[in-house]
Design a protein around this ligand. Structure first.
Ligand code: FMN
Length: 200
């Protein structure tokens, strides 16, 4: 039986390849990387939820997503500027976990540019009358009821902008795990681009 040989240069190639997968996932709704788990700290308790990958910057390596400025996760990110992301591509059996520091974009030139490119259908999510995750006495879809089954007008959709936040995740450390029958491959990439094998 032959044991495969994995060099550090292979790890860099894997890392670059996964960045490319992230980039294409932004536009491909069916891609495994289109949605990822984001974990934040709520007081001392971790909290995770799924969010949609909206943009990737290859170098420096950054990820971006949108959220409602009224949501608990928004406050958690304001209070603690570090979070963790988790991606898993089941078809290729690759997990990617990243420690990130964050920059919050709100009511600035960045959010204005992103908002201008946000579809009316998506803008509707920021027009809800209730703060996201707040308790309701009875069911409400938390979108304006007149737009429940249609897009808002462009003019009305502008109401959502005050609730629109764009989060920039600066990758501090990445941990990549490839599952293989002939031996898993796991490694970390640090902020200074140092790459280390990790035991799987
Ligand atoms: C597939 C999927 C994608 C989601 N994408 C986003 C997103 O991009 N931004 C967001 O704020 N919430 C998104 N959500 C909703 C959150 O996962 C979560 O349920 C809700 O925002 C909880 O907010 P909190 O953690 O602030 O209480 C998504 C949920 C699912 C199931």
């Amino acid at each position: 039986m032959t044991i495969k040989k994995i060099q550090k240069s292979d790890l860099l190639a894997i890392y670059q390849r996964e960045k490319k997968h992230l980039i294409s996932a932004v536009k491909e709704g069916n891609s495994a990387y289109h949605i990822f788990s984001l974990s934040t700290i709520n007081n001392q308790q971790p909290e995770s939820r799924m969010v949609v990958l909206r943009k990737v910057n290859e170098s420096p390596f950054r990820l971006f997503f949108n959220l409602d400025a009224r949501s608990p996760k928004s406050n958690q990110l304001k209070n603690n500027k570090f979070c963790s992301t988790l991606f898993y591509d089941q078809s290729r059996r690759i997990q990617m976990r990243m420690k990130c520091s964050i920059d919050i974009h709100y009511n600035n030139d960045v959010t204005q540019r992103v908002w201008n490119n946000t579809a009316l259908q998506s803008r509707k999510c920021y027009m809800g009358p209730y703060n996201p995750s707040s308790k309701l006495n009875k069911w409400h879809p938390n979108v304006p009821l007149q737009y429940i089954d249609k897009d808002p007008t462009k003019e009305d959709s502008e109401q959502g902008y005050k609730n629109f936040m764009h989060i920039q995740l600066n990758i501090v450390e990445a941990d990549i795990l490839e599952l293989h029958y002939d031996g898993h491959v796991r490694f970390q990439v640090l902020d200074n681009n140092e790459i280390n094998f990790l035991s799987a």
